[in-house]
Design a protein around this ligand. Structure first.
Ligand code: PLP
Length: 299
């Protein structure tokens, strides 16, 4: 296991003015080594796999889009832990810095049509793809029922870092909602409200999270904050400055706000824009402690 990621106070003038204690839980620094694609919430989701003792020499198979941080993280884990990786990616064959990193780590890439991709979690279809019983299959995005306790750990770490006091609000970005589900599970029956900011367009996130939480017995307290997807997955605000630093695997977004750590545009820039907007519109009572989870992104 890795040590807890840092909890950093964010000094933003609008937060100070609104009387909000704003903090960032720095899971972008929760990495195998600085700069490793095995980082952020993707490491937390992969713990059930990485803690197995029978990995060396095995093959692990998974699914994702061409810019998937999960695919990059799993390939890096394979390189680090001595297992082979194979990925079925959605859509036309492409090359980009994320996939270059996957290939450098020995990942094997197969592109499948969007129609076929919808069948990815179907057992019969997986056999037709050539996936055999001895191989471990990790679902898209790395979200599985086994991963929820490990994604929830980031909430428990935060509570410990505040001296056993839960924050009033814990805010995070969501794609599959798997990270959110684990955190909501961990925060249930505490006074904390979890705010989930989907990075995708659509209104299915709440049901999706509840589906991940099936069989969970506590009382979850969470709100889905729609309206900060900025046009949908992979679409960005025209007001942000987007750049790809030399040698980096992914884009960076400067959203024009002071005091923030580096953000990527797909998830965390949307989240921070949303939280700061809500601070300015008075969504959080004066005196509240608000934690924003930096889920990472490839550096
Ligand atoms: C994958 C990812 C997410 C989304 O996590 P889900 O568990 O799929 O909701 C959020 N932020 C970053 C940086 C990611 O890489």
């Amino acid at each position: 296991m890795l040590p807890p990621s840092p909890l950093q106070q964010i000094k933003h003038p609008d937060a100070v003015r609104a009387g909000i204690n704003l903090w960032c839980k720095r899971d972008d620094l929760y990495a195998w080594y600085p700069g490793s694609p095995l980082q952020g919430n993707k490491v937390r989701k992969l713990w059930p796999l990485l803690l197995r003792s029978d990995l060396p020499g095995r093959t692990v198979v998974s699914f994702g889009g061409a810019y998937s941080n999960h695919v990059a993280a799993l390939a890096a884990a394979g390189h680090q832990f001595g297992f082979a990786t194979r990925f079925y990616l959605r859509g036309e064959a492409v090359r980009n810095p994320t996939l270059d990193a996957v290939l450098r780590n020995g990942g094997n890439l197969h592109f499948i049509s969007r129609t076929d991709y919808r069948l990815k979690h179907d057992h019969q279809f997986q056999r037709e793809l050539g996936i055999v019983e001895e191989e471990f299959v990790i679902p898209e995005g790395g979200t599985s029922p086994e991963s929820l306790p490990y994604t929830g750990e980031v909430f428990r770490e935060t509570v410990n870092q505040f001296g056993a006091v839960p924050p009033d609000f814990f805010c995070l970005s969501a794609g599959t909602g798997g990270t959110a589900a684990g955190i909501i599970g961990a925060a249930a029956d505490t006074p904390c409200t979890v705010e989930v900011f989907p990075a995708l367009r659509g209104s299915w996130m709440r049901d999706e999270i509840l589906r991940h939480l099936e069989g969970f017995s506590g009382t979850p307290a969470f709100t889905v904050i729609d309206g900060y997807h900025f046009g949908g997955y992979g679409r960005f605000s025209p007001h942000w400055k987007i750049r790809t630093p030399i040698g980096a695997t992914a884009k960076r977004a400067d959203i024009g706000e002071p005091g923030l750590p580096e953000l990527e545009p797909v998830y965390t820039a949307k989240l921070f824009s949303g939280v700061l907007d809500r601070i300015r519109t008075g969504a959080y009572p004066r005196g509240s402690t608000v934690v924003v989870l930096h889920t990472g992104g490839i550096y």
